[in-house]
Write a protein that binds this ligand. Structure first.
Ligand code: NAD
Length: 290
């Protein structure tokens, strides 16, 4: 089985390395030639375009920023669709709008290609360890066939429904993460402004009900002021925008998400879009002068 992977960013690179470690025959492509060279040095073949991946691979994975990037690589000029054979499967691991997943799946179905949407949670550390959580949408049979491939990159691989259900689940995940980071930022900066060391607050409360995976991962970054991504503010704005668009289309209220979106957009306007989302603490630092 020949695997193709398009998208070698913070997540795609370690995921590629885990597939190579598991012995898969992997061909990779990214707009960034340096990223392709790095993964070729680790044992993959390099492709010159998504079209070439479509021509040579039996299973095609994508790990790209958002819906327009996936549409460009799969359906655009020089894209996978120009060469892909009937019977090929495309697994999109990017976090994109669920409606876009369904549109891409419909276009591929006309060429006899089945698709899973399979976004992940866990960030760069779990991508490196191969312990990501996959949330998947698509046919049960296709899911069963390719679950072992996803398990080379993830510790949890759960089918949530038909195509689009993976990304709907991911939006729910991103709402929880964004609101949790905002809550940790708000709480630590309150303590700091009131004269209590945030490091001691973190140590005192992390084992109680307030503790969370988000707190353990992000509070140390907020305390040290090291906001190297990780997961970029601009990517989280993209996810919350997709959540808000989905909420409008189905009629669900998202008042808390709208508030946190304002914090993230404020940070983007301040030039922090490429920093880790834990830089939400900067918003509070700016307002409190801490
Ligand atoms: P990234 O910005 O680090 O990498 C994206 C890569 O895609 C870049 O290397 C870029 O050159 C490439 N690219 C863009 N358009 C392309 C195209 N048309 N053809 C080929 N390559 C193209 O992003 P990332 O952090 O790796 O995230 C990828 C996806 O995974 C996003 O949807 C993100 O929301 C999701 N995600 C990220 C994290 C995280 O912690 N970084 C965690 C979970 C999910």
């Amino acid at each position: 089985m020949k695997i193709g992977l398009i998208g070698l960013g913070i997540m795609g690179k370690p995921m590629a390395k885990n597939m190579l470690k598991a012995g898969y025959d992997l061909t990779v492509y990214d707009l960034n030639a340096a990223a392709v060279e790095e993964i070729v040095a680790a044992g993959a073949k390099g492709a010159k375009s998504p079209r070439e991946i479509g021509e040579t691979c039996d299973v095609i994975l994508t790990m790209l920023p958002n819906s327009p990037h996936v549409k460009a690589a799969v359906l655009g000029e020089g894209g996978v669709i120009e060469t892909v054979r009937a019977g090929t499967v495309l697994i999109d691991m990017s976090s994109i709008n669920p409606i876009a997943s369904q549109e891409i799946a419909a276009a591929l179905a006309e060429r006899g290609v089945k698709m899973l949407d399979a976004p992940v949670s866990g960030g760069e550390p779990k991508a490196i360890d191969g312990t990501l959580s996959f949330m998947v949408g698509g046919d049960q049979e296709v899911f069963d066939t390719y679950k072992p491939l996803l398990e080379t990159m993830g510790a949890s691989v759960v089918r949530c429904g038909e195509v689009g259900a993976g990304n709907t689940t991911k939006l729910a995940n991103q709402v929880v993460v964004a609101l949790n980071i905002a809550a940790v930022s708000e709480a630590l900066m309150l303590a700091k402004k009131a004269g209590v060391d945030p490091q001691l607050v973190f140590e005192a409360i992390r084992g109680g009900l307030a503790g969370s995976t988000v707190m353990d991962a992000k509070a140390p970054m907020m305390i040290s002021g090291n906001f190297k991504p990780g997961f970029k503010i601009d990517l989280h704005i993209k996810d919350l925008q997709n959540a808000i668009d989905t909420a409008h289309s189905v009629g669900a209220p998202l008042p808390m998400t709208a508030s946190v979106m304002e914090i993230l957009q404020n940070l983007h306007a301040d030039g922090c879009g490429q920093e880790d989302h834990s830089a939400m603490a900067r918003y509070y630092q700016k307002l409190t002068g801490t």
